[in-house]
Every structure is written in C-alpha cells, then in structure tokens.
Design a binder for this molecule. Sequence first.
Ligand code: GTR
Length: 423
Amino acid sequence: MKQISIYFFLFWLISLSALAQRENIISDESKVPAYQVPDVLTRFNGRKIKSERVWLKKQRPEIQKKFTEEIYGKVPGELKISEVKVWETSDNALNGTATRKQLSLFFTKKDRTLEVNVLMYLPKSVEKAPVFLACNFNGNHTISNDPAIRLTESWVENDPSVGFINNQVTEQSRGCKSDSWPVEQIIKAGYGLVTVYYGDIDPDKNDFSDGIHPFFYEGNQTRPKSNEWGSVAAWAWGLSRVMDYLETDNQVDAKKVAVLGHSRLGKAALWAGANDQRFAMVISNESGCGGAALSKRIFGETVERINSSFPHWFCDNFKKYNDKEDLLPVDQHMLLAMIAPRPLYVASAADDLWADPKGEFLSAKYASAVYELLGLEGLPAKEMPKVNQPVMGTIGYHIRSGKHNLTQYDWEQYIKFADKHLK
Ligand code: GTR
C-alpha cells in the first residue's frame, strides 16, 4: 500500500512538472509579457547609426560576432571539398525538360571522410540557371518519384511508415516528400533546384561523434567547445560548401543562388545566408525560434524549450539564456538585418503558432530599418498582412493558411519573389 502511494506521488509530481513546463509556453497573444528588442541601428555602446558605412564596418560585424559566440557557435576551422565525384548527368529528366545531375562532395581529414550527396535539376531552357538551394529532411530520393535518384547511406531517424528501418532509408520512401518539392513547376519557371540531405552533413541527433563536428576536434576533444558550432551551424556550413561547388559548375549562375529552408532547416538557411554573402537571396519558411522569430516575445517555442528538446542545435552558450531571453544581447531581427541588402523572404503559417508567426513578421519589420538605411524598400507592410496576402519589397512576407509545412503555395511566392529580384 505504502509502495503504491509512493508511485502515485511520483506520478503526480511528474505530471505536475510536465504541466508546469507546458504552461510556460505562450500561445495566446494577450499573455505576451512586456519585452524590448534592441534597436538594430543602435550600437552596443549606445551610439545611433546614421550611415551605411557604420552599419557595414562596425555594427554588422559586431552583431555577427554576438550571434556566433552566443547562439549558433563558430566553425572551428576551414575544410574544403577534397573531391567531387559526379555519379551521373542526364539530359532527359522530368520528361526531357531538365538536366539531372548527381554528385558527391567528399571532405577528407586524417582518417575521416564525409560524403555529401548533391541532387540537381536544371532547366534546359536556360544556359546558366539561377537556382534554389535547400537542405531536405529525409534524403534526396524523397523529394521526387524519379527512380534514378540515389539513396543516401547516412543515418536517418527510424520511421517504419516510410520504410526507414535500422536508421537507413529504403526504396519505400521514394517521393514521400514530393508535395513539398514542386520540381516541375520550379523548372518551368526557369530555375534549378539543388538539394542535399541534411543528415549527410550532420545527423540530427544529440551526438557529436558523427557528421562534420569531429573533423575539427583537437586532442581528446569529444564535443564542440561552448562557443563552437551546433548542428544548425553545421548544416549552414554544408550549404556554403555546396555553394563552393556551384561556383565551379558552368550550368549554374552562382550569382543567383537563393538559399531556402523549412523549419530547423530555415534556421540553417538564415544562418548560412547571414554569413555567406555569395547567397543572392535568402528564404525562411516557418523557421520559428532560433530562426526568424523574435526570442524576446517568448511566444510559442522558447529558448529553454528548444535547448532542452534539441540540445545539439545551438552552441552551449545559448543555454545561458534559457528562461532569460531578456539577457540576450541580440534578437532575431538583427540576424535578418545581416542579410541586407540582399532580398529576404520570411514566411509563416497561420496554424503554426509554435513558430510564432507574429514574431516572424515583427522580426522582418524591424530588420527593414537596415534595408532603408541602405536605400531599399524593406518590408512594405506596417501591420501584419492578412492570411494568404503576400507582400514583397526587398523583404517579402506571407502568412498562409494551414499548418507547419513547406507547400506549393509557399513555392509559388518564392518563385514570384525570385522573378522580381533574381531575373
Ligand atoms: C520542432 C522544433 C522547431 C522546428 C521544427 C522542425 O520540433 O521545435 O524549432 O525546427 O521542429 O524543424 O520541424
């Protein structure tokens, strides 16, 4: 009897703490506490910025340093592509409208090798194609039913419903994510699509013994230092290495590469685009906390929650801000501002409160001050636009109806935005 009551007591305690945790999550606008975000055009020493030069030479590098040291972590060294192996080039993909290329980028250091599989579809109608570059969640073969796409051998999360067994993909999952990748439409609009499986760069698990991180360990090191990169920065690093390759591919216009990502991969796309100015355009699809959404609003996913659910995504320093968002020296609008003057698109979904649509909108709006300083339009909306009514200046934004996902509707807007800025 005594034992039963102890179990009951423990159960009660656990449910209570789970409930308390959930109650920390705000999903009602009226419960958002008062908060302040730093003014992007005020320096950390308090001085106001009035010139393009001070933004570019002083503020931007200082902001970049804070995001690097406190949030995403720095890349500890340099590692270039050691070898490019082209597996195939076909001029007869997608009913003859596209060239399909598959190649691997190898990275070698001492006894370690990492292979990143790149899948490309390029429109045959264009000599040097502008492209969308994006990481995918489940392997290149999941983005289309095309039977020629090679299967990744990297670790994947088990999911028997699509045949991911023993952490490996199988034929069954071919095309299972094709709804998020309207390849035909992209090609028809005159763009290429370049994609890599994010797990080729770093498997998405709290384990720093695999993926790219160990390539840089010194001595007995087994995980990155507290100011060194987590997985988001690793995926971003991978996107830049694909860019290194694209600069050598004469079928691609490397001056017109739009880097895009959904959700955690939207965080990676933003971080890649902020750091690597070779990306001509940056697109964040519902990237939420640690992506486009303001952290200090603490609406939806919080810093504490993301760091406990995904302890490997950011650098360890970011954990200092668990439940202490007010102490963050920056907020995410300053990350967006780092992308200026390049076109930036931020997208939200109405049912995706976890990613804080309003926080994503406000972030884009506050970043506009820098675009305006640089003589550009920024975001052409003072108030949050209505559902399914995109706005497009040099910053674009939409909130579409529906759930957290990368959809055909989202792609239609990105193509329009690219037509406006990349063509
Ligand atoms: C969620 C996470 C979000 C977002 C999302 C995703 O579980 O809380 O930050 O990144 O995953 O990547 O699908």
